[in-house]
Design a protein around this ligand. Structure first.
Ligand SMILES: C[S@@+](CC[C@H](N)C(=O)[O-])C[C@H]1O[C@@H](n2cnc3c(N)ncnc32)[C@H](O)[C@@H]1O
Length: 412
């Protein structure tokens, strides 16, 4: 394994263009702001090294950054996620839209603006502590707007309206986005201008979101993107053998961040979640999942004697973490067991000569530094991949030892 540090440490501090923050004004990439998205610039640099003959895979789709970046360059890309909301989001971001669908979306928005939103008896999602998210008047206005959308038949236009609605939902919620995840601000969040009503505030956000979405929906991506609902620990059951010539991806990091936590508002409004138990069960299926009931399931989880994590310091690392917290030791062990299962299934669907690029972050638990990049490198080598290179790309904002890396490897 080769270790490359691309830049002096001081230059690695806070490169916002290498995170989701750089994606906001990037056409369709900016449709819905989500913390787990990785940098478009980074992906574009990696995609620039490919040709139209390449077939790309992103086994951890998230918001579909890789698929959309490939589509923009006319490169075919398949992508997989086990979260059905993200599968929908990525499909909608990569889809072509007909003129009639764009016209219909615009017309719906114009008609919505013409009527006050009065949703006294309209449905609201069964999300716990809903008033932590939205004040009662804002919630009623959102519910009324959503009720109008449920009358729309399934179509590209309805998908675009749902994207604009998701934007409105989050822009009117009492949440702030810190460096790593989302936090609540205060119970009654809406700064209303003078006598502006909740209906006017919600409609204002919605109108701007529709305009923004329509601006970029008009450009048709040229590459074919296919988005699959599935588990990246069993890729061989989902995708054809020896097909992919490149992988550009960012798996979850072993840092206990829950994707479901941040996605909950969208998932409840659009019907992908109907109770808290489901959120925990979905997170339990995710690599590194730790939300709700996933935590108690991790506490009972036992390592499999058949799956070895091939990095030499692994057992000592897990023991070191377990001395402070048995739960966290099990969490990290499970994370890398899942990563090893994923890589074992990945190699079977890679073509000879395929180059993989994994954007990963290291973590620290108590005084134990977890070199995620080295462990992935060791897993790739043990799975028969060659030419493994670890490239350090960015200092993260949190603790001082935390960095982001790209682990590159080639299938012989
Ligand atoms: C770091 S995010 C990917 C972010 C993505 N690169 C983007 O730009 O939005 C990791 C993703 O992996 C997904 N994931 C976790 N475990 C998975 C599994 N076993 N199979 C498929 N997807 C999984 C999560 O749902 C999450 O969307």
């Amino acid at each position: 394994m080769t270790f490359v540090r691309t830049e002096p440490e001081s230059d690695l501090r806070r490169k916002d263009h290498l995170t989701f923050k750089g994606n906001r004004s990037q056409g369709r990439h900016g449709w819905l702001r989500l913390t787990p998205a990785y940098s478009l610039h980074l992906v574009q640099d990696l995609v620039a090294g490919l040709s139209r003959q390449d077939v790309v895979l992103d086994p951890f789709c998230g918001t579909g950054t890789t698929a959309l970046a490939c589509s923009g360059q006319g490169i075919a890309c398949d992508t997989v996620d086990l979260n059905p909301f993200l599968v929908w989001l990525a499909s909608v971001k990569c889809a072509p839209y007909e003129e009639a669908e764009l016209r219909h979306t615009r017309k719906f928005s114009r008609q919505a603006m013409a009527q006050e939103l009065n949703g006294n008896d309209a449905w609201a999602p069964p999300i716990q502590d809903i008033h932590k998210w939205w004040s009662e008047p804002t919630l009623r206005a959102l519910s009324a707007l959503f009720a109008r959308m449920t009358e729309e038949p399934a179509s590209g236009a309805r998908d675009l309206l749902h994207i604009a609605f998701c934007r409105t939902v989050i822009e009117t919620a009492a949440v702030s986005f810190g460096h790593q995840s989302m936090s609540f601000r205060r119970a009654d969040p809406q700064p209303m201008l003078f006598n502006e009503s909740a209906s006017e505030v919600v409609l204002g956000h919605f109108e701007r979101a529709v305009a923004d979405v329509l601006n970029t929906a008009v450009e048709t991506p040229t590459g074919s993107a296919r988005v699959f609902l599935g588990d990246s620990r069993n890729l061989d059951a989902l995708l054809p053998p020896e097909r992919y010539s490149a992988v550009i991806t960012s798996p979850p990091y072993p840092n206990r961040m829950s994707y479901i936590r941040e996605l909950r508002p969208y998932m409840y409004w659009l019907g992908y979640l109907t109770d808290g138990r489901q959120a925990g069960e979905l997170d339990w299926k995710a690599i590194g999942g730790t939300w709700g009931c996933a935590t108690s399931l991790v506490a009972k989880w036992e390592a499999s004697p058949k799956i070895l994590v091939p990095w030499k310091g692994f057992d000592a690392c897990i023991q070191g973490i377990k001395e402070h917290s048995d739960l966290l030791g099990r969490y990290v062990h499970k994370y890398f067991e899942d990563a090893a299962l994923h890589v074992a299934s990945l190699v079977t669907i890679l073509a000879r000569g395929a180059r993989v690029h994994y954007v990963v972050g290291n973590s620290k638990f108590y005084d134990v530094l977890l070199p995620t990049e080295e462990i992935y490198a060791a897993i790739f080598e043990a799975a028969g991949m060659g030419n493994v290179v670890v490239e350090r790309i960015r200092k993260r904002t949190s603790k001082k030892e935390l960095f982001e890396f790209i682990v590159h490897a080639t299938k012989p």
